[in-house]
Design a protein around this ligand. Structure first.
Ligand SMILES: Cc1cc2nc3c(=O)[nH]c(=O)nc-3n(C[C@H](O)[C@H](O)[C@H](O)COP(=O)(O)OP(=O)(O)OC[C@H]3O[C@@H](n4cnc5c(N)ncnc54)[C@H](O)[C@@H]3O)c2cc1C
Ligand code: SF4
Length: 567
């Protein structure tokens, strides 16, 4: 079986969905091949239990009640890395997740499926820092701005409304003498509301007993649980959190030119020399993840958007030309967290309420930007995730066994377990956690290659190497100190720095860098008609800001280039 299409997009995540919509709206016929399942689509009523349909191209197939059956508030049900609905693996739960070989162990946190890792992302959508792009990227920052604007308007990206955790953070930041920032192009340090891709509800929806779904309204209810998969809205395409399964994929279907086939893992890019003996992409081989059936699909252009690990893996497994930067230069915003625990009296004085309740509101709704260093942002989850993320991991071992160096602003450093964890979690409602993303530098030794000792059903598995540098460590330490100071100024009684290990992979970027592996149009230098539209094509770590908006802006730009050049 072969579809009659012009472009194949590999992956329906943060970047691929945008490319599909943009190309579809230009009248180009697109087939999206996505390795994971599709939740909330009538063609797949039991997406993890049975094969269901083959592909969907109709907006009529989207079904909100079905989505609600799948997206629960149970943390383990959704986010267990092995069995959760948002795991990195095929839809079929009788098969294990896809494995990776990771040099320093650890966790690669991604989700497969229509929506990709945006199914679980917290929708924070800042632009890159201009200083991280100008005179560094092969294109200037100004060239990105119209594309940023287009994505920001479409999703839309809106300044978040604060709940208690953000108000306490703003208070601490002000007390620490930082300034509030305005505008989107950030050139100096300061704090501001998080630009989030989350719909705000109308004032009307604040009336008690107003039923948004009954009354056809939309917007965020601030109920929390964003990371467990938002399903709040009157229909799939109006779900509050603008993961691409609820935004760009429905718009792609509206165009009438896009067909999406989930459960389809691409294993090879097909190439042929053209009349001038230049290699060009002509199609792909893919496997149905339920049946193992293998298909060949031809098209005029292929867009790789499998994410920063699978895109280089697919390049290498396809035997595409060697290039010293394919898979190299991985950056990961080496993260850390600093948590403050507050007394009721202090909270009453600052907030007028005795609790912060970190599970309430959008998961991350306030931020602190520091061009040159990176990012700090508020983060609140439901208790299971909260304890594992903020107390469960450290490079320093257990906090109980560590002595904090004199002069540090935190009282404890390390992971918290056992009786101490129980004690700390008793104060869960009065804790404020800050998450740090370091502006880590590109290093060619970090990246993705193939582990030639292990194959899965789709080829040799990817091998990931990432070690931050001494400069990265210095930047992260400075951000941890700023975070602790903000918490102290806000009145925290006890402060804990986790000191996360470098092997938690969340903001994975830059393994197929624009201008090196691709040209400035994001077309592969060595293979014509092969484009890249995911995080892998970003040139560096953007200075620290969350990566997806920049990937999406580039995907819009790349779609324009594809149209201009080939259609
Ligand atoms: C918990 C969490 C919170 C996050 N919060 C934020 C945030 O607030 N803001 C932000 O900017 N970023 C956030 N991120 C990161 C964000 O999710 C990623 O930046 C974004 O999803 C990357 O887009 P992508 O297209 O590169 O990859 P993905 O979104 O991972 O999409 C890749 C897709 O391709 C599919 N695929 C892979 N290989 C193949 C193949 N060979 N054939 C077919 N399909 C394939 C995958 O199944 C997947 O669906 C968060 C990440 C996590 C884990
Ligand atoms: S806080 Fe808002 S975006 Fe997050 S899950 Fe709830 S309704 Fe959705």
């Amino acid at each position: 079986m072969e579809y009659d299409v012009d472009v194949i997009v590999i992956g329906a995540g943060g970047g691929g969905a945008v490319a599909a919509k943009e190309l579809g709206e230009k009248g180009i016929r697109v087939l999206v091949l996505e390795a994971g399942p599709w939740y909330g689509n009538e063609k797949w009523p039991r997406p993890n239990a049975e094969h269901g349909g083959e592909s969907s191209s109709s907006i009529e197939d989207l079904n909100l009640p079905l989505l609600k059956e799948n997206f629960t508030d149970l943390e383990n049900d959704m986010n267990d890395l092995v069995s959760g609905k948002f795991r990195w693996g095929p839809a079929d739960r009788s098969i294990g997740p896809w494995t990776r070989s990771v040099a320093n162990g650890g966790t690669v946190w991604q989700s497969a499926g229509v929506g990709g890792t945006t199914l679980i992302y917290t929708a924070n959508c800042p632009r890159a820092y201009p200083v991280a792009v100008n005179n560094i990227w092969p294109i200037p920052y100004n060239e990105l701005i119209p594309y940023y604007e287009k994505v920001e308007e479409a999703l839309p990206v809106i300044d978040s409304r604060p709940t208690a955790k953000e108000n306490l953070f703003y208070y601490g930041a002000k007390q620490a003498n930082w300034n509030e920032l305005t505008g989107k192009d950030i050139t100096r340090p300061g704090y501001r509301p998080q630009p989030n891709a989350i719909l705000l509800r109308s004032e009307e929806a604040n009336i008690p007993d107003y039923d948004m779904e009954r009354d056809g309204e939309y917007g965020c209810t601030f109920r929390g649980h964003c990371i467990n998969g938002c399903h709040i809205g009157p229909k799939v395409q109006a779900v509050a959190k603008r993961s691409t399964f609820a935004s760009y994929i429905p718009w792609a279907l509206y165009s009438g030119n896009v067909q999406v086939r989930p459960n389809a893992f691409v294993t090879q890019i097909l190439t042929e020399p053209d009349s001038e003996n230049v290699l060009r992409a002509v199609g792909v081989i893919y496997k149905d993840t339920w049946t193992g059936e293998v298909f060949e699909q031809r098209a005029d252009v292929v867009v790789m958007a499998g994410g920063s690990i699978e895109t280089p893996r697919l390049w290498l497994n396809s035997g595409l030309p060697q290039n010293a930067w394919v898979g190299r230069g991985l950056v990961n915003h080496w993260m850390d967290s600093v948590t403050g625990i507050f007394d009721r009296e202090v909270l009453m004085e600052v907030l007028g309420s005795p609790d912060i309740s970190p599970f309430v509101g959008q998961n991350g709704a306030a931020r602190f930007d520091y061009p040159g260093l990176g990012v700090i942002q508020t983060m609140g989850f439901s208790p299971g995730l909260y304890s594992s993320v903020f107390y469960g991991m450290s490079d320093k071992g257990f906090a109980e066994w560590n002595e904090v160096s004199p002069g540090e602003l935190w009282d404890m450093e390390g992971a918290v377990v056992g009786a101490r964890l129980k004690e700390i979690m008793m104060d869960y409602k009065r804790t404020l956690s800050l998450l740090i993303f370091t502006d880590d530098e590109v290093n060619q030794r970090n990246g993705v290659s193939l582990d030639y000792k292990v194959r899965d059903a789709y080829g040799y598995i990817p091998k990931i190497v990432y070690y931050p540098s001494d400069k990265d460590r210095i930047k992260r330490d400075r951000l941890a100190t700023i975070s602790a100071n903000i918490l102290k100024k806000a009145g925290a009684r006890t402060i804990l720095r986790s000191n996360w290990p470098a092997n938690l992979y969340i903001h994975i970027q830059s393994t197929m860098r624009m201008g090196i592996v691709t040209d400035t149009d994001c077309e592969a230098r060595q293979v014509k008609r092969l484009f890249i539209a995911d995080n892998s094509v970003l040139y560096n770590s953007l200075g620290g800001p969350n990566p997806t908006l920049t990937t999406q802006a580039l995907a819009v730009r790349t779609s324009e280039k594809i149209k201009d050049k080939y259609f």
